[in-house]
Design a binder for this molecule. Structure first.
Ligand SMILES: [Zn+2]
Length: 109
């Protein structure tokens, strides 16, 4: 397995990273994880490491509103006119998320 994380601001400004496994990538990113732990004020580097690895496997970052979303939820794209499903989905994004507002860029706002 080869993982390459490009210059996504969510991963700090030190990328791109290349690694053979999620664990190796977390090793590589140790300084960034330390910063995140310090910034959080309550989490340890180990917490951040676990969260980071979980993030790579189970959650994804919404590129529009910067919210971390369960991959299972993020993979769902309701029909444009399914107001109920979109209202449900909106709970997982920031209030002004462009992706939600435009219903995945299929609706003018
Ligand atoms: Zn969003």
């Amino acid at each position: 397995m080869k993982i390459i994380i490009n210059n996504n601001p969510a991963y700090g400004d030190m990328g791109p990273y290349k690694a053979e496994s999620f664990e190796a990538l977390a090793d590589e990113m140790e300084p960034v994880l330390k910063d995140w732990a310090n910034e959080s004020g309550s989490k340890t580097v180990e917490d951040m490491r676990a969260e980071f690895i979980r993030g790579l496997t189970e959650i994804v970052l919404c590129l529009y509103c910067d919210m971390w979303i369960e991959k299972e939820i993020s993979d769902e794209v309701p029909a444009t006119d399914d107001d109920e499903e979109w209202a449900e989905l909106a709970k997982h994004h920031e209030g002004d998320c462009e992706w939600v507002a435009t219903r995945a860029h299929r609706k003018d706002v």
